[in-house]
Design a binder for this molecule. Structure first.
Ligand SMILES: Nc1ncnc2c1ncn2[C@@H]1O[C@H](COP(=O)(O)OP(=O)(O)OP(=O)(O)O)[C@@H](O)[C@H]1O
Length: 260
């Protein structure tokens, strides 16, 4: 298998608006996502980050260009891609364990295997003690962990996350970022994460795809090469020479592109 799992090739997306108008949300964007990597889509509001993610998820069709998964054009949602949204999407009437088992049940995984896999992924996100709890009783961060475990249990090749920690307080957000590093290391899953949080992008990404807004165009692909690899602790990334410089550069790009 090739080292590239996802290829976005000259992709554009226009939306039809009332009175015969249209809006170009994404304009001729191309980038590749290496297998097993964490790719972060970063850019100001309206730069087409969510639209690109939704095209990869198969929830939206591009107007031009190609979106390829393992060299095959994506033509709809599929089990090979898991999606985690900002809003909590757990089923409140099912326990954490049942929530994580749910997708596997739909996919015809046997009851035995389901339980084992659910336990494994619930353990991976640090919720073993809460396997029988109901999501409505859990904090926002814990509910997002349930959503992540549920997606991972379906063994997706790519985990797609749209502002997954946007609704969380700063401390929980930071814990969740560290958790994603752990999950990426333990599972080897490729991740594509949308955010407008610069710190989050620099800490998580093996590669940052920076987009400019209106229309969404690829501004620059940034490899945070000052990191010696993935770091378990966020403060260790912040302390590295090169961190502040990259943060400064991206803040400037955000200001220029976002019109601040
Ligand atoms: N279904 C739609 N119909 C019409 N316009 C849309 C639709 N979805 C997105 N857009 C427009 O496309 C542009 C890009 O939107 P998108 O949500 O992809 O940007 P984003 O970078 O994810 O923004 P944000 O960070 O604010 O979520 C925006 O101008 C948005 O209003």
């Amino acid at each position: 298998m090739s080292d590239t799992i996802l290829s976005i090739r000259n992709v554009s997306k226009s939306f039809d608006l009332p009175r015969g108008k249209s809006l170009t949300a994404v304009d001729d964007v191309s980038f590749d996502v290496p297998r097993g990597s964490i790719c972060v889509l970063l850019g100001p509001s309206g730069s087409g980050k969510s639209t690109i993610l939704r095209m990869i998820a198969g929830l939206e069709t591009q107007s031009a260009g190609q979106v390829l998964l393992n060299d095959v054009p994506i033509d709809g949602p599929g089990r090979d891609r898991g999606m985690v949204f900002q809003a909590y999407t757990s089923f409140d009437w099912m326990s954490v364990g049942r929530n994580v088992e749910f997708g596997m049940k739909i996919n015809g995984v046997s009851a035995d295997k389901r339980r084992g896999r659910a336990e494994h992924f619930i353990g991976l996100v640090g919720l073993s003690k809460f396997i029988d709890a109901y999501p409505s009783r859990l904090s926002g961060g814990m509910r997002q962990r349930v959503a992540i475990a549920r997606s991972l249990a379906n063994a997706p090749e790519v985990l797609l996350m749209d502002e997954p920690f946007g609704a969380l307080d700063a401390e929980t957000r930071w814990q969740m970022q560290e958790l994603m590093i752990e999950v990426a290391e333990a599972s080897g899953t490729t991740m594509v994460i949308v955010t407008h949080d610069i710190e989050e992008a620099i800490y998580l990404a093996d590669r940052i795809v920076f987009l400019s807004s209106h229309p969404g165009r690829l501004k620059e692909e940034i490899i945070p090469s000052f990191k010696p690899g993935r770091l378990k602790r966020k403060e260790d990334a912040i302390a590295l020479p090169g961190y502040a410089e990259l943060e400064h550069k991206i803040m400037r790009m955000m200001r220029e592109e976002g019109g601040h």
